[in-house]
Design a binder for this molecule. Structure first.
Ligand SMILES: [Zn+2]
Length: 328
């Protein structure tokens, strides 16, 4: 989607199911924010409020939920603090091997112990068992079978060990609780209402809800992280033709006064899944060679319109975010 699509909205609510998608959205919204322009065409210090889109993020995990109100370059951003790490169930190896008590322990044993020792689906180039793929039917079937055998040895009821349970443990699936989702959705809607009507002040700036041990909510003011790469990012649009090579694009950047004649740049492309790939790595010769083959390639093979490319260099104080626009 082009930036124009996102600029259509007065407020954006994210109820996304992955942290990387939320981070991508956060970065996108920050990259859209621009400073006001003076009559002489130079950037002023003041932000242009028409380009700052309020961002409301809500998330739930079982009986826990949270919501935040983010206003670009005023409040902390999503990346300033990682408040809601995915809950990962960790089972002690000695428990799952010697004294499993629950069906989940047996699945964890099959996944973490039996899988690694038997490598039923082969090994990778460094000699480790290939990774378990939670969406691969044969992988789950194998783990299920092993878990049942393990349960048998410790008199754990086998009927509790189902395909669904095995896949749930492997993929660390946390059940969604309708009540938690409803509470967080209502909180987000309330914040959106306030943001567009100015009927009341917005949340300052984080609220969390818990419903596992008692029921309650609390609000908290999160502080900005001084070195947050999103909050400190300075961004601008760069127009380049689709046919221009990466070398030509680099020349364009070096000449750009906003980058102040940077040397040894490292360019990273950030795609919609927040996957980062290097386009060039000129700060260190041994890494540089690895990406030199990309230099003669046309830009249209390397990036898409609207992509964010992060530029870092020893001569820059902060990473600079560049949005790619095709020159027509
Ligand atoms: Zn931040």
């Amino acid at each position: 989607m082009s930036d124009d699509f996102y600029m259509n909205f007065h407020v954006i609510i994210s109820g996304l199911d992955s942290i990387s998608a939320r981070r991508w959205m956060n970065e996108k919204i920050y990259s859209l924010a621009c400073k006001k322009m003076g009559p002489d065409g130079r950037e002023l210090e003041e932000w242009d409020d028409n380009t700052r889109i309020p961002f409301i993020d809500g998330g739930t995990e079982g009986f826990l939920g949270n919501a935040r109100f983010i206003y670009p370059h005023k409040t902390p951003c999503f990346d300033c603090v990682d408040l809601f790490p995915a809950q990962q169930h960790v089972y002690q190896m000695c428990t799952i091997v010697n004294t499993p008590r629950q069906p989940e322990h047996c699945v964890a044993w099959a996944k973490d112990h039996a899988w690694d020792t038997e490598a039923p689906f082969g090994k990778n180039e460094v000699g480790d068992a290939v990774h378990v793929d939670g969406d691969n039917h044969e992988h789950i079937q194998w783990i299920l079978q092993k878990a049942i055998e393990h349960a048998d040895r410790f008199n754990i009821p086998k009927d509790k060990i189902t395909y669904k349970l095995a896949q749930g443990v492997v993929k660390n699936i946390i059940p969604a609780i309708a009540a938690t989702n409803a509470i967080i959705a209502a909180t987000c809607a309330n914040e959106a209402f306030k943001a567009v009507t100015e009927a009341s002040r917005n949340l300052d700036n984080y609220i969390y809800y818990w419903g596992s041990q008692g029921v309650g909510t609390n609000t908290q003011k999160i502080l900005k992280k001084d070195d947050c790469s999103v909050c400190t990012m300075k961004g601008f649009n760069v127009k380049v033709t689709k046919e221009a090579t990466l070398t030509q694009f680099l020349d364009l950047l070096v000449k750009d006064e906003r980058l102040k004649g940077m040397t040894g740049p490292v360019l990273t492309r950030c795609d919609i899944n927040n996957q980062r790939t290097y386009l060039c790595y000129q700060s260190q010769p041994r890494f540089q060679k690895k990406y030199d083959h990309l230099l003669p390639k046309p830009m249209e093979e390397l990036v898409e319109e609207g992509d964010i490319v992060i530029v870092t260099s020893n001569t820059l104080k902060h990473p600079v975010t560049i949005k790619i626009n095709w020159e027509k």
